[in-house]
Structure formats: structure tokens, C-alpha cells
Design a protein around this ligand. Structure first.
Ligand code: ADP
Ligand code: MG
Length: 254
């Protein structure tokens, strides 16, 4: 069984502490949703797990199984099976989606077969209801916000990660696309049983992707954990109220 483990992690950016003694463990087959007010470090968490060099680890460790990830490059982490669907996927001109995915797969997989790659690409593009020509366009070049999010899911399907992090994958999606993306992530989950870390603000995504655990993050750490029933409470009461009661919750959990 695979396991992503974050232990006592403190992270700074420009000398500002963003993650503060952060702890979390996600096993394969588990879906964890992280929610919390803007600017609390949710995206930072996903980026630091992926190895973004802008974020400095002051203390703590990130493990994938027994392997410590702290000093590994992004590509090394990706080859281990860690994947991040980003909040704001970048446009990369001049490298087509197909080229990018083919190269990534060839590096990862010695038994790469071009025919099955093309076949799978076609199947997933169809499943996600993307335009076929998107495969041969530059990565996210001229893609709308929603199309970019679908493109992240396409990458997930092709690269077959065992740790899937999706940062606000629902933002920018219309209702139909939200359904397609949500169901596609769930299908992938059933097929591959990855460990999933979802960052979201809304119940609407969790109607499709059912989390086993919901964590509320504030001030760079998890202040409350529960099951999916926490989500409607957040939508009803807002984060402020939950933040107010957080100290007692942490005490209770000790
Ligand atoms: P969230 O995803 O929870 O909304 P982020 O992780 O994106 O929050 O950001 C947490 C805090 O860290 C914010 O105050 C943000 O401005 C700051 N931050 C994140 N990345 C950078 C960066 N590269 N440079 C400066 N500040 C950053
Ligand atoms: Mg964010």
C-alpha cells in the first residue's frame, strides 16, 4: 500500500511562514479534501509536495512510502507517481500536449508502446469531451479555464499517478464539465486506487468525488478534521465560526 506522509512540515516563502508544523497522512484508496479560507497555504501544500523550488522547507519531512522526498526534483517526484493538477495551469507554447505526454511516459515507462498511448489518449479525450485537436495544440495554449482543468485530468489519466493532488479542479468549470471531471476522477480512483488530496471550496465537487476525510486548514495547519458531514456545516456557518471553535477542537482531539 502506498502512503504519502507529511510530518511536522514548516515551509516559508520570502521568509514568511506559510505551512506551520503541518501533519497529514494519506494512504492509497483514501480521498482527503482540504478546505479553508483563501491564503491559508492550501496551494502551497500541494506545490511543496510536488517540489516547487520557490518554497523553502525549514523543518519536517515529506515521505512517499519509505522514500523521503524533501530533496528530490519535481521530475523525480513525478516519476515516483506524484501528480499535481494545478489551480492555475500554465500555458506552454511550442510543446504539444501529445509530445509532452509521450515524452513523460517514455521517461517513466521502459515498455512504452506508441499505439496503446495514442489509443488511450483518444479514449480519455472522448471521455472528457475535449476537442480532439487539443491533443496537438501547445499545452493549454489558448485553452479556457475549464479546458485547462480538463487537460490536467487528461494528464492524470495518461500518467497514472499513485498520489493525485487536485487544487481547485472545480474552478472555472461549467456544470456539465464539473460532472464530467468529477466522474472521471472517481472512475480513475476506482481503477487505480490512488491516494487523493483534493483542495476545494465547494460541496459541488464533493457531490461527485466523495472524500473519506475533510480537513479544514487555517494559518498553515489543519485545525479541524472530520468526515464529509463537515462540508455542509462549513457552507452554512462559514470558516469564521469554525476557526473560533478550533482551539477547543484541537484540545478535544488530543
Ligand atoms: P491558498 O491556496 O490556501 O489560498 P496559498 O498557498 O496560495 O493559499 O498562499 C498562502 C500564502 O502564501 C498567501 O499569503 C500567498 O500570498 C503566499 N504565497 C504563496 N506563494 C507565494 C510566492 N511564490 N511568493 C510570495 N508569497 C506567496
Ligand atoms: Mg490556492
Amino acid at each position: 500500500m502506498n502512503c504519502l506522509k507529511i510530518k511536522d512540515l514548516t515551509v516559508t516563502v520570502n521568509n514568511k511562514t506559510i505551512l506551520d508544523d503541518f501533519n497529514l497522512e494519506i494512504k492509497s484508496g483514501e480521498i482527503h479534501a482540504i478546505m479553508g479560507p483563501n491564503g491559508t497555504g492550501k496551494s502551497t501544500l500541494t506545490k511543496v509536495i510536488m517540489g516547487d523550488p520557490n518554497y523553502k522547507i525549514i523543518k519536517g519531512e515529506i515521505y512517499f512510502n519509505d522514500k523521503k522526498l524533501n530533496d528530490l526534483e519535481v521530475n523525480e517526484r513525478a516519476n515516483l507517481g506524484i501528480f499535481l493538477g494545478m489551480q492555475m495551469p500554465m500555458e506552454i507554447e511550442g510543446v504539444t500536449n501529445a509530445d509532452f505526454l509521450r515524452t513523460a511516459l517514455r521517461t517513466k515507462n521502459k515498455n512504452f508502446k506508441l499505439y496503446s498511448f495514442i489509443k488511450e489518449l483518444d479514449t480519455v479525450v472522448e471521455k472528457l469531451k475535449m476537442n480532439k485537436d487539443m491533443i496537438h495544440r501547445g499545452i493549454n495554449e489558448g485553452f479556457s479555464g475549464g479546458e485547462r482543468k480538463k487537460n490536467e485530468i487528461l494528464q492524470m489519466y495518461i500518467l497514472k499517478p499513485s498520489v493525485v493532488m487536485l487544487d481547485e479542479i472545480d474552478s472555472g468549470l461549467d456544470v456539465d464539465s464539473l460532472k464530467i471531471v468529477g466522474n472521471s476522477v472517481m472512475d480513475y480512483y476506482k481503477e487505480e486506487k490512488p491516494a487523493i488530496l483534493l483542495v476545494t471550496h465547494y460541496q459541488r465537487l464533493l457531490d461527485y468525488i466523495k472524500p473519506d476525510y475533510v480537513h479544514i486548514m487555517n494559518g498553515g495547519k489543519i485545525i479541524k478534521s472530520g468526515d464529509a458531514s463537515l462540508v455542509p456545516k462549513i457552507e452554512e456557518e462559514g470558516y469564521d465560526k469554525i476557526t473560533e471553535t478550533s482551539t477547543s477542537v484541537i484540545e478535544e482531539n488530543k
